[in-house]
Design a protein around this ligand. Structure first.
Ligand code: GDP
Length: 490
């Protein structure tokens, strides 16, 4: 279905979100395909399904087919009696469905016009066009998934690497939610003790020991901190590693990028400074997505067009997770090499506060197919902090494996340091950081003899913040924002 058609259908929706209504959507992507699926969910799903589907087997014409059985038949326009398509339909009884509501899925031929027609029949029979993510929202509201799991559905669909997929699946299966649950349980236990002593001061409730409370809060904080440690690494797994190729003009950045991709995308020319823009390509090493950015060089220039390229290069280098600094091994170090290295180092002092100081650098001694004029020691003198120095040749593609090994080692190092990468989204990391602050404040208050009521306020704030991740305390506004990023039909 065309975008316009989708928009027209969406525009007709009202604003009610009560699950009394039945929603319908094309669940497969726009465009043509072998099959396309129209999904209907809600209390009227079976009635609507029966109104538009006619089973070949007459037994299933008066009453719906058995639940979860794929049934052969036709979609029929009841008004004209016209057969629209030959399909398979599944009538699935709540609660064993994606939304936990009654669901009908019609697998038709995957043509946009055809699917649009079937969807319109479902709408005419009483369904409302589903909003983006509304099926998953219902699964969440009906308690089948918590919020972190619902988000994992989208992360799984959008996964760009195998590592990212694995991470999303673990989140979907509830591993992150379980850890959040542990942290909440410990904080909740501490809060319960405090509230009991506040609510029943006259009764036989002994005042809680501050030491015991502190232990519970520290336990909650330990869980939160362990999740935070893995967060940076989790983001890399999900979003991939941004690698910027830097170095003076003509060292072979574009060529090496091409060799790494084994394609011919970047423009390669023997004239210095002709890569005027940054070129970004995707590759994958060790199951991790790599975003390779070829920079135009960082050397200051008077040429206004080149200056734009230089600015872009600087921005790319600044936001990179890894810098690949290229040298031409067939010639001795030039002033431009030193200048380029200084430029990269100077990016650390950038006004925007981002620093490349901590960004690991791998030095590639390129053009290794030519007679060498440069030693590893000289390269190390230029880049004392380099994580690795490897020989590469863009011409013979030699050394690309060594380079890939160096990247993999770096990735593995991050993995070892990064503990468990269960947190991949900035939203989650942000909530964890805020929860951590509240728990830290509670610990300080407990230690400093501050009244328990006030400790309770910090604990409640921590609980609410953790609840934003799994959805117990998520506002309607937050839910809207999250589910709006989903696809229609999911
Ligand atoms: P950039 O300005 O750093 O992007 O450099 P280019 O990729 O445009 O390469 C500059 C010149 O060096 C071109 O003529 C390339 O063919 C050549 N070149 C690049 N890499 C190698 C290499 O590994 N070996 C050899 N022999 N030539 C290379």
């Amino acid at each position: 279905m065309s975008t316009e058609t989708r928009e027209t259908l969406e525009a007709g929706q009202d604003d009610s979100r009560a699950a009394e209504d039945t929603i319908a959507a094309i669940a497969t992507p726009p465009g043509t395909g072998g099959i396309g699926i129209v999904r209907v969910s809600g209390p009227e799903a079976f009635r609507i399904g029966m109104a538009i589907f006619r089973a070949a087997d007459a037994v299933y014409r008066d009453a719906p087919p058995p639940s979860h059985l794929l049934t052969y038949g036709h979609v029929v326009d009841a008004e004209t009696g016209e057969r629209i398509d030959e399909v398979l339909a599944a009538f699935m009884r709540a609660p064993r469905t994606y939304t936990r509501e009654d669901v009908v899925e019609i697998s038709a031929h995957g043509g946009p016009l055809l699917l649009g027609r079937i969807l319109r029949l479902a709408l005419a029979a009483g369904a409302r066009a589903a909003r983006a993510g509304e099926m998953t929202l219902r699964a969440f509201l009906n308690g089948r998934l918590d919020l972190a799991q619902a988000e994992a559905v989208m992360a799984l669909i959008n996964a760009e690497s195998d590592a990212g997929r694995r991470l999303a699946l673990r989140q979907l299966q509830g591993e992150l939610s379980a850890r959040i649950g542990e942290a909440r349980a410990a904080a909740m236990a501490a809060l319960a003790h405090i509230e009991a002593s506040i609510d029943f001061p006259e009764e036989e409730v002994p005042p809680p020991e501050r030491g015991e409370l502190a232990e519970l809060v520290a336990e909650a904080r330990g869980t939160v901190d362990a999740l935070l440690v893995g967060a940076g690494w989790g983001r890399l797994l999900r979003e991939g590693l941004r690698v910027a190729l830097v170095g003076r003009p003509n060292v072979g950045k574009s060529s090496l990028l091409n060799a790494l991709l084994r394609t011919e995308r970047a423009i390669v020319t023997p004239i210095p400074g002709t890569t005027r823009d940054t070129v970004e390509e995707r590759a994958s090493i060790g199951g991790v997505a790599l975003h390779l950015v070829d920079t135009a060089g960082l050397t200051a220039t008077d040429d206004p067009i080149e200056r734009i390229g230089v600015e872009r290069s600087r921005a790319a280098a600044r936001s990179a997770d890894l810098l690949l600094f290229l040298l031409d091994r067939s010639s001795s170090l030039t002033e431009d090499d030193w200048r380029a290295a200084d430029e990269v180092r100077a990016l650390g002092d950038a006004a925007d506060g981002e620093t490349v100081e901590a960004t690991p650098v791998i030095v590639a001694l390129n053009k290794a197919d030519l007679p060498p004029a440069l030693t590893e020691a000289e390269a190390r003198a230029l880049w004392p902090g380099a994580a690795a120095v490897v020989d590469t040749s863009a011409v013979t593609a030699g050394g690309t494996e060594a380079l890939e090994r160096a990247v993999t080692t770096l990735i593995a190092g991050g993995q070892a340091q990064g503990a468990d990468p269960l947190v991949a989204s900035t939203r989650h990391a942000d909530a964890l950081r805020r929860a951590d602050e509240h728990l830290a404040a509670a610990l300080v208050a407990l230690d400093g003899g501050i009244p328990l009521e006030l400790v309770g306020i910090d604990l409640r704030a921590a609980l609410d913040t953790l609840g934003e991740i799994t959805g117990e305390t998520a506002s309607a506004d937050l839910l809207d924002r999250i589910f709006a990023e989903f696809c229609i039909g999911k």
